[in-house]
Design a binder for this molecule. Structure first.
Ligand code: AMP
Ligand code: GLY
Length: 425
């Protein structure tokens, strides 16, 4: 099969690495890809959400399957775009329909879905622009801390945890007054849940589902969860508190009601459901849904999948996911992200990267790199590399990634030194 993978981050490098190992893979193209994806296929200069250009490429290059990495093409409706065109409808797109992608694209949609299907989540109220005064009065009486969420996609910046009413009112007003553009046309005020976070990834063909290993990501920029929120500075899998009992609760209270709810609401969903969960006294609540793999969670989950990913994707397409057994590597996996100084704010690109060839026993997933005219590696993004290691224990996996990341250098590079430490204790 000829595969077109969409996206350009570390998650897409992990997907490209895995897909290229499949006996089903004849040719792999990545749009737009990064320096690392080029090691496993051919990058094509098409934006991941340029549906027209993607369709043209698919038809002119005899593409047999499209694998969207990030949410943008899914929320833009790539699944429906293909299904609604005679010449494209037979080509599998591994992901939900536009409506299914609203689980990530609209927090208001996701909350209404969870309420309707009795899926545990934080209590909330939502307000539109014309209800700003009513919302401000509501905030006067809300317990603290509280959580504000812009309804739409806001590049990971649309969530504010507020510790004072003044802070909440200021954040609420600026969201509704256009801080995030149309994404803030509605704002949700949510109860703060105190607990432990974990991400659970489920593959679904619309009827059947398979659970992948759990992962925890580290969202803050600096050690001890300090500094600004980022896309994720590292991840580990498995997560110790996700034991058999906890997982049973997640299945009963969250996964099955979600799959059944989608079926009941006639929402086509043939892809990945990312459940961002908070365990409060070992009881799981949904903090958010995403419609794709996490980044950098993919860099610890994909290495743990021994089975052929394209075979799994084909079963998703054919509604026969119940027929596959997903073989998992029982070893633990940890990844540590090397980022550019200043990320997630302003940072430099084009710094020379050295030491990659000295890395041993780890996988190097490129997130933001490119090669210069002489073939030398340069940084080309905020998150630059993710160093993933598999080992018998999480401690060994973390140590291996730490040892290897120390061999890599580019100007102003930084990374967290405490990935996994909270779970190892
Ligand atoms: P989200 O973009 O929805 O993933 O939110 C970003 C982060 O905010 C989450 O990973 C949580 O750490 C935190 N968060 C979101 N909602 C809540 C909540 N209701 N209670 C506590 N923390 C939350
Ligand atoms: N690492 C968080 C995410 O991918 O949304």
């Amino acid at each position: 099969m000829n595969i077109l993978l969409l996206g350009s981050g570390g998650r897409e490098h992990a997907l490209a690495w895995k897909i290229s190992q499949s006996p089903y893979c004849d040719a792999l193209f990545i749009a737009p890809g990064n320096g690392g994806t080029q090691l496993h296929g051919e990058n094509v200069q098409i934006a991941a959400d340029d549906l027209g250009a993607i369709a043209h490429f698919v038809l002119t290059h005899q593409i047999d399957m499209v694998v969207p990495g990030p949410e943008a093409p899914l929320v833009a409706g790539i699944y429906n775009f293909f299904k609604n065109r005679k010449e494209l409808e037979h080509i599998p797109v591994i992901g939900p329909s536009a409506e299914g992608a609203q689980l990530e694209g609209s927090k208001s949609f996701a909350k209404a879905f969870m309420q309707k299907h009795h899926i545990p989540t934080a209590k909330y109220r939502e307000f539109k622009k014309e209800q700003i005064q009513q919302g401000l009065r509501y905030l006067d009486h809300h317990s603290l801390p509280l959580v504000l969420k812009a309804d739409g996609l806001a590049a990971g910046k649309g969530v504010l945890i507020c510790h004072s009413t003044e802070e909440a009112k200021a954040g609420f007003s600026s969201m509704l007054n256009g801080q995030f553009g149309d994404a803030g046309n509605k704002v949700l005020v949510e109860e703060f849940l105190k607990g432990k976070e974990v991400s659970i990834f489920v593959l679904s063909d619309g009827t059947h589902y398979k659970i992948l290993p759990p992962a925890k990501d580290y969202k803050r920029a600096y050690d001890h969860d300090e500094g600004p929120n980022t896309g994720g500075m590292g991840a580990v899998s498995p997560v110790a508190f996700v034991d058999h009992n906890f997982l049973l609760r997640v299945v009963d209270a969250i996964i099955e009601p979600t799959i059944n709810g989608l079926l009941q609401d006639h929402i086509t969903y043939k892809g990945i459901i990312y459940f961002g969960l908070m365990a409060v006294n070992q009881k799981p609540y949904v903090i958010e849904y995403n419609c794709r793999f996490g980044d950098p969670e993919a860099q610890v989950i994909i290495p743990r999948i021994e089975s052929d990913l394209l075979d799994i994707f084909l079963h998703i397409h054919q509604d026969t996911l119940n027929e596959v057994y997903i073989r998992l590597d029982q070893r633990a996996c940890a990844t540590i992200v090397a980022a550019s100084g200043g990320y997630p704010g302003q940072y430099e690109k084009g710094e020379s990267i050295t030491g990659l060839e000295e890395v041993t026993d780890s996988l190097i997933f490129h997130a933001g790199t490119k090669r210069d005219a002489n073939g030398k590696w340069q940084s080309n993004g905020g998150r630059v590399l993710a160093i993933s290691s598999l080992a018998a224990t999480l401690t060994h996996a973390v140590n291996c990634s730490m040892e290897n990341i120390k061999k890599i250098h580019f100007d102003n590079m930084f990374y967290r030194k405490d990935i996994g430490q909270d779970i190892l204790l």
